[in-house]
Design a protein around this ligand. Sequence first.
Ligand SMILES: Cc1cc2nc3c(=O)[nH]c(=O)nc-3n(C[C@H](O)[C@H](O)[C@H](O)COP(=O)(O)OP(=O)(O)OC[C@H]3O[C@@H](n4cnc5c(N)ncnc54)[C@H](O)[C@@H]3O)c2cc1C
Length: 502
Amino acid sequence: MLTSKGRVVVIGAGFGGIAAALRMRARGYDVTLLDRLAKIGGRAQVFKRGGFKHDAGPTVITAPFLFDELFSLFGEKREDYVEFRSLDPWYRFYFHTGEQFDYRPSVEDTNAEIRRFSADDVAGYARLLRTSKAIFEIGFEKLADKPFSKFTAMLAQIPSLLKLQSYLSVAGIVNRYIKHPLLRQAFSIHPLLVGGNPFSTTSIYALIHYLERRWGVFFAMGGTGHLVAELDALLRRSGVNIILKTDIASIDIKNDQAVGVTTTDGTYFPADRVICNGDPPTVYKQMMPAAHATRKRLMPESLTQYSMGLYVLFFGTKKTYDDIAHHTIWMGPRYKELLADIFNRKILADDFSLYLHRPTATDKSFAPDGCDSFYVLCPVPNLRADIDWTETGPLLQQRIIDALSDTILPNLNEVIVDPFYMTPEDFKKDYRSMHGAGFSIAPIFLQSAWFRFHNRDPHISNLYFAAAGAHPGAGIPGVLCSAKVVENLIIEDEEKLAITAA
Ligand SMILES: Cc1cc2nc3c(=O)[nH]c(=O)nc-3n(C[C@H](O)[C@H](O)[C@H](O)COP(=O)(O)OP(=O)(O)OC[C@H]3O[C@@H](n4cnc5c(N)ncnc54)[C@H](O)[C@@H]3O)c2cc1C
């Protein structure tokens, strides 16, 4: 039995909250993990309807060692509980021209695909991968799990960040090396997976190219929901106290220290340390005394840029579409201008680009025999736009079904089963996401590293953030690293306490 070092309350059981809870428990704290939803997992909820299963959020697993670490904290092995299966292709792009491009696990196979579009871009892709590796060596290996609480930490990294040209965008870097217009799209979409416009996301995120090559792209068999269920079991085995359907109304502060949290029904949980996994802008605006809300970052709310919203359409089909890969990116006719509509002009255009998830390509447990399960993700403006989702939701559903019926899912209109969707309003309501953003604040340079929400509040030294809106950022690897940063900060605090006590 571990001797308690004190009480830690974690608000929010997304991957960042789960990882922080496990890390704190392994360090010997009494940990209570609270979430307002009925199940842990945050955005990784699961919907089950009429024999069909749908992961609601993340589906792509990269950097699997970050999950392995969580099991090994307690002497266990992740592979004894969840299989991460490698996919091929990683992603299939379907362009409006009717052409397809498979982005594949081997560089040789990817080169063969590139050659079908533009032989010259094979050498360009090699250069892009080299650049991505250089960025990865700094951006992931040196910075992702280190705190950026002090400006001096940022200053120390300025030479490397300048050398890596972090002030450029991901599209800026990709377009340097890749010339074919469709390949430029395929190789620059990664920021959208973490909520950013490729034309404004700091090029640090170009490291994802190398990160995928280094460890691969996987699917958790049984679904991301199964991975969450196994993490739930690990939390319980390790002695974390999980309390669900509990919404935290406030973090209670006394003398610049967090002393506990209070739920919307008035229940109080005392704490020696509080870790927030909920969206940092929401935490500061709605859960902290007003005096603290304006003290957290340099960037005022009016200048803060949020990630895009997501419209996610879920459905089954009464037949299987065997030619559809596990992950398909369906690109519409416009790219840069469509992104400007979503991120800058904040209008819902008539056209769109889509990500299709067909888990039944890998795992038949998602649908009855002879059927497929799908979700389709459509990036849309967040709630800062003037869109009435009650009216727009059903219309967008039909437009997406028609577009897919006309292209890669013929007759979808006739074989579709039980479609339903989430809009940015649901992200706001279910996850308390500010402006219904899919991925918290956007990953632009002026909202990264020290400029992002800090992992420890600058004024309340026992209040921490392991969340997509905090350093290093969104995406599963990002939030799992965020929990590592919090652990490092708490180790630092423990050492300070030990010195004071000595
Ligand atoms: C549709 C979709 C697809 C994605 N696909 C991928 C992918 O394939 N791969 C990938 O790596 N990433 C993907 N992402 C991004 C990734 O899912 C997220 O960045 C990550 O899961 C966020 O984790 P988090 O730890 O920040 O917590 P979240 O998942 O945001 O969870 C936070 C939790 O805190 C709870 N909470 C908030 N406030 C309170 C409160 N006051 N009281 C109690 N509880 C509270 C919320 O209800 C929620 O359960 C995707 C995201 C979405 C939405």
